[in-house]
Write a protein that binds this ligand. Structure first.
Ligand code: LLP
Length: 431
């Protein structure tokens, strides 16, 4: 990637610090974030709005990577947050994030979830379905409280991505359906309820998408829908999903350029249909935290099968990065002290978990390695830590932020004692 920092000795730097020093200081496996890279991407998205003279908001979709420190950086950069659980809301509140800049997504918010969101002053609830709508109406009536909401609708757009992470097609668990008139019905309910302040509509078509046509079509559907209801929205929320390059083979368009094209397209759509262009919100997750993240591992054992392949094992794997096993996601790795070193072999980079699917990288060319060397898997900042598990009773690794030559733990890694801290002895009691 273009932001890869390497010193004159061909050693990897993250946030100005030697990756091998970070590994030594904090132990591996380790997640490290180059905070400047995240700030840069946040600013690039805001710049796309400035370039197009467009009012709006960039809401970081923190499902990609969430912790209190991340929320602090998002607050500092003046972004909004897109949250999807009571746990994320709690994390934001405890980080001191301004809750009026929070939108709350999700397809199965319980009454307790909604009550918690109202208690915490969540700015906008993105209402997904009729059950949620009814729960929210009851809570608001009881509290005699008004709430800003947005309706999530399904634009009926199939984006080109992995099936599990595609959400905009008609057959989806998310959002109000258009064809059957569900969206219209929800709109009418909101119009009739004095406690519901309907800001507009949202759509999210999927994740890791590069083509602008899907986004533009979704934007167009939202504009058409508002026009057909004679509804002038204050906000159109176009979701997230802007793709990133995981390997050098792929040189996609920059996410901020995709967003700028999308903004211009919505502006045109509105102009053509006599609608004042509302504020545009976007919800990028992966594109902000993904490229900034590195997974550092220590090389351990190997198994060379003559004529078949060489397996090189590191001290992490599917517990800290499930994406290769779950989505056949591709990554690339470098040897931290010899980033552009001469290639000696191609290995299958595997983890230490007890199953064959625990592969981080199917085929990775590397210089000669030995046990104890540090390997950095690149672009692991999105959906790595946030989807981590304790499989095989491995503790969740430490997360470090690095910036301007300084580093700091932002999530303590779990200890062995943490692993058993929620265990309780079992004693059959006669009753
Ligand atoms: N907004 C909504 C409503 C979403 O559902 C998502 C992601 C986003 C925004 C952010 O999308 P992003 O900009 O990060 O692509 N675990 C999968 C990705 C699941 C995405 C779920 N929704 C992965 O590791 O690829």
């Amino acid at each position: 990637p273009d932001h890869l920092q390497v010193n004159d000795n061909d050693e990897l730097l993250i946030g100005g610090i030697l990756a091998t020093d970070l590994a030594e200081k904090y132990n591996t496996p380790l997640y490290v974030y180059d905070v400047a890279v995240m700030r840069q991407q946040m600013r690039a998205f805001k710049q796309a709005f400035a370039n197009t003279n467009q009012d709006g908001a960039v809401a970081y979709a923190s499902k990609a990577f969430a912790c209190q420190a991340m929320y602090q950086v998002v607050a500092e950069e003046g972004l909004h947050l897109d949250l999807v659980s009571t746990g994320e809301i709690y994390t934001a509140v405890t980080a001191g994030f301004p809750m009026d800049r929070v939108s709350y997504n999700g397809n199965n918010k319980s009454q307790a979830d909604l009550a918690f969101a109202l208690d915490q002053g969540v700015g906008t609830i993105i209402v997904d379905n009729f059950v949620e709508l009814a729960l929210l109406q009851d809570l608001l009536a009881e509290r005699q409280q008004t709430q800003q909401i947005i309706f999530r609708v399904v634009p009926g757009v199939s984006a080109h991505t992995h099936d599990y992470i595609q959400t905009g097609q008609v057959d989806s668990k998310f959002g109000f359906d258009l064809e059957s008139g569900q969206a219209k019905e929800a709109y009418e309910i909101a119009q009739a309820d004095p406690y519901l302040d309907l800001l507009g509509l949202s759509a999210h078509i999927g994740s890791q998408i590069f083509e602008e046509d899907g986004f533009e079509l979704a934007g167009q559907r939202l504009v058409e829908l508002c026009q057909s209801w004679h509804f002038q929205p204050a906000v159109l929320d176009l979701g997230g999903g802007f793709g990133i390059a995981y390997t050098d083979e792929h040189q996609p368009r920059r996410p901020e350029d995709l967003v700028q094209a999308l903004i211009e397209s919505v502006q045109r759509q509105c102009a053509e249909r006599g609608l004042a262009c509302p504020a545009i919100w976007i919800e990028p997750g992966r594109s902000i935290s993904g490229p900034a993240g590195y997974s550092l591992y220590t090389v351990g054992s190997r198994k060379d099968i003559p004529g078949v392949r060489n397996y090189l094992a590191v001290d992490g794997g599917m517990g800290d990065n499930i994406r290769p096993a779950l989505y056949q996601a591709k990554y690339q790795a470098v040897l931290a002290n010899q980033v552009h070193g001469q290639v000696a072999e191609t290995v299958r980079l595997v983890g230490k978990y007890c199953e064959s699917g625990d592969v981080l990288i199917d085929e990775q060319a590397l210089p000669q390695t030995k046990p104890g060397d540090i390997i950095a898997v690149l672009n692991t900042g999105a959906y790595g830590y946030s989807m981590a598990s304790r499989y095989n009773r491995n503790p969740v690794p430490t997360v470090v932020f690095a910036e301007n030559g300084c580093s700091q733990v932002v999530v303590e890694g779990e200890t062995l004692a943490d692993l058993t801290s929620h265990d309780r002895a079992y004693q059959l009691v006669a009753n």
